[in-house]
Design a protein around this ligand. Structure first.
Ligand SMILES: Cc1cc2nc3c(=O)[nH]c(=O)nc-3n(C[C@H](O)[C@H](O)[C@H](O)COP(=O)(O)O)c2cc1C
Length: 383
């Protein structure tokens, strides 16, 4: 399997699956590029992991994973990072035989909407048929641990990353400022800062769950206080790197930045964000561009929205193909699943956004150090 790392200078590599064998089974992340002397604690990483944890409410999977992390490398005797790669592991604790047997019974019949059809084509009989292996949503626990490290470093620079549920099954949250969103962050199970909309969304998801089905939604991610001028103008546009990071999360079917798909129906005069000066700094009156110009950050909030598909595993009987017999077969309803992914996936989106932004920042600072640009322009980049 290729492609288990993301980032150029700040880089995460993950390994592990949802049902590995033996006591040591779990998910791990190696984080490369961590500066020395940081007091990154298990507690700090755990706070991020708890956002993604299953089994905590009506809106997510009944799988009872505690998602407790251990830092096994990169912290010295004085309790601070040494500059060496940071290693974090999260053990699997809820890998019950009853569920392994269920996966075994249906291992040749792929789940519609999930990744198993392609795993048959790519890895044949050796494919990990138990719990979707590397394509399991559980893989993202290691990303969240790596993303927590990125968030810690970004926070030192005053940069915040916040994601929330913007829309679910046609119910939309009202427009809110970054500060309002932050104030109402994670105040309900679906993590929607518009409390009225949240109630309606949760009711709708529970109705769909009762039917044995699952619900989709939209997650918005905002990066606040990110400096301007970060990103490269050609292949490594910052928006392209962020899109790569976010679209690498399972179940993401669409991404838009700023005004997004609305630009298709806008005039140039409506779409162009008009600049103005405040205290000698350039700002923009609107943010249709979503925080980018020419692939580089503009200094306005970076705003991305993700279309999250309904969880593929449903509690309804489906017809699929048995890949051994190459015949159609019934696939029985499966009980352990998330009725919607939006209630947990926002934590993964924050993690991937943080990793992409920090990597972009490393690249820009490395280049700036070599470019030795006239100080006047360097100062302009500082907010
Ligand atoms: C945090 C998270 C949790 C997920 N939980 C489930 C789940 O419980 N059941 C399921 O069928 N899919 C779940 N998924 C979605 C699948 O991993 C994903 O749909 C599958 O890998 C196929 O990839 P694709 O949807 O990108 O094509 C989850 C994804 C994420 C990010």
């Amino acid at each position: 399997m290729l492609g288990n790392s993301f980032g150029r200078l700040f880089r995460v590599t993950t390994c592990g699956e949802s049902y590995g064998i033996g006591k040591g089974s779990g998910l791990a992340v190696i984080v490369d590029g961590v500066p020395p002397g940081l007091k990154i604690t298990k507690g700090y990483i755990q706070k991020e992991l708890d956002k993604r944890k299953p089994g905590v409410g009506k809106l997510n999977s009944p799988r009872k994973e505690t998602d407790q992390c251990e830092i096994f490398a990169g912290i010295g005797q004085d309790g601070v990072t040494t500059g060496a790669p940071l290693g974090i592991i999260i053990y699997n604790v809820d890998t019950q035989k009853i569920h392994i047997d269920q996966y075994r019974a249906y291992k040749d019949i792929f789940r519609p909407g999930h990744a198993a059809y392609n795993f048959f084509l790519k890895y044949g009989e050796a494919q990990d048929w138990c719990g979707a292996g590397r394509s399991s949503g559980r893989e993202t626990v290691a990303r969240v641990a790596g993303g927590a490290v990125a968030k810690f470093i970004l926070e030192r620079e005053g940069i915040e990353v916040v994601a929330y549920t913007k829309e679910c099954m046609g119910i939309k949250a009202k427009e809110m400022s970054f500060n309002e969103i932050k104030k109402n962050y994670r105040k309900n199970e679906i993590n929607c800062p518009d409390f009225e909309a949240a109630k309606k969304m949760e009711k709708k998801v529970l109705e769909i769950k009762e039917e044995g089905d699952t619900a989709g939604g939209v997650v918005e991610i905002i990066a606040h206080n990110f400096p301007p001028g970060i990103g490269e103008p050609v292949f490594d546009k910052l928006n392209a790197t962020i899109a790569h990071a976010l679209c690498s999360i399972g179940a993401i079917k669409g991404i838009e930045f700023g005004a997004g798909f609305k630009v298709a129906n806008m005039k140039g005069s409506e779409n162009n964000d008009q600049p103005y000066l405040v205290g000698g700094k350039v700002r923009f009156k609107t943010n249709n561009a979503g925080g980018f110009l020419g692939g580089m950050s503009s200094g306005e909030d970076i705003i991305a929205r993700l279309a999250v598909k309904p969880t593929p595993t449903i509690s309804l009987e489906q017809i699929s193909i048995n890949m051994k017999t190459m015949k159609e077969e019934k696939l029985k309803p499966i009980t352990r699943r998330d009725p919607t992914l939006v209630a947990r996936i926002y934590a993964v989106a924050e993690a991937m956004m943080a990793i992409a932004l920090l990597d972009g920042l490393y690249m820009a600072r490395a280049y700036d150090a070599m470019a030795k640009l006239d100080k006047k322009w360097m100062d302009l980049k500082k907010k």
